[in-house]
Write a protein that binds this ligand. Sequence first.
Ligand code: PLP
Length: 465
Amino acid sequence: MDGALKENDISHVVEADKAHVWHHLTQHKPFETADPRIIVEGKGMRVWDQNGKEYIDAVSGGVWTVNVGYGRESIADVVRDQLVKLNYFAGSAGSIPGAMFSEKLISKMPGMTRVYVTNSGSEANEKAFKMIRQIAHKRYGGKKTKILYRDRDYHGSTLAAMSAGGQDERNMQYGPFAPDFVRVPHCMEYRKDEIGLGHLSGAEFGRAAADLIEEVILREGPDTVGALCLEPITAGGGVIEAPEGYWDRVREICDKHDILLHIDEVVCGLGRTGTWFGYQHYGIQPDFVTMAKGVASGYAAIACCVTTEKVFAMFKDNSDDVLNHFRDISTFGGCTAGPAAALENMRIIEDEGLLENTTKMGERMLGNLKALMDKHEVIGDVRGKGLFLGAELVTDRETKEPVSEKEIAAVVGDCGAQGVIIGASNRSIPGRNNVLCFSPALIVTAEDVDRITDAVDKALTKIFG
Ligand code: PLP
């Protein structure tokens, strides 16, 4: 970094922020006595705040986004060139980066063919929900409008996305929600007692956890259920990978009841788990895939809803005057910066071998965190895939009682003081936000991985002894 902002400039920025900025996810009372953190610059894995303090960013921009790291001049260059040539045109026209990015994306998603571009993960999910509802009207006479979602999963902050929200604390004050969204149980092995499957393990547990979804379908009536929406690995709800046997059974259940499978890859998409998409670890074929964060690594706001040709074909049937196409638009879907940045982002992931690095560094980080379990009783479970990992903190390994949110905040704060930014599960279930989250950029080195886990080690020793 060139150095901290000059003292006058810093105080002006901080004053302007405190006077006018409404920060996301933040209670502002503490800013009456302390300054907010303002991130001024980033390069590779590192960011600098307004005081020039350097941090290793182990959460890729706070929320699993900057997959290729900060300061990528080649992305800035292609976006600049594109903006000068054509910044925007929306409606029914296409664009050069739109076509080139869609072709590239589809080349990494066998079985999928169509890309609908939008601006955020929430919006991408809304598009999928609208398509699912339109199919219900077009194909099933207005039946099959129900969309199933899973306990602890999150699909966004807009009202229909929240209607599919499995994290109670994020929803409690914002209802009423849209009708015909129905919750199914989570499939978390570490807390399998909660879903009445404590006596099972391995693939038997996985299949039984999926069977709980079928129970809901049978209760609701299969002819009323249009789709099932799942995260491939639950993110904010606590970094939860589905157990062995789960996904095959999920696809079987969907096929049996003519239900569309929508996978929300907003976090896992574009390499986070070591494959282009999280679902690709499990050999399943989705009908819808939505994605956002890593699509352009935060260099531009772009998200996508991707479908199969079978889904798309239903919207190409023009035998009906009213329902003959997808009646939807997103104004900023016409911004060319998004697909231009996304295409270059994919080139970087491919040319720099970042999927391979993610697998390798993910294993190292998982190993380091598992080793910390021997030293720190407070770590009840360590889990995840690639560079998408979590460590669940409990007061007692037998009862699995979560540590308090204050203690989790203290660990995150202490790591921050040591110059390492880590995350925590995000207000998922009241009193149960007890998972430390790690998702460094896919460029992370062994040295950085060790620095991150060393900081966690020191913080745990300080706070829990
Ligand atoms: N889906 C998942 C799995 C997410 O984690 C998020 C955001 O964290 C979203 C959807 C919503 O994305 P956005 O914040 O871009 O609307």
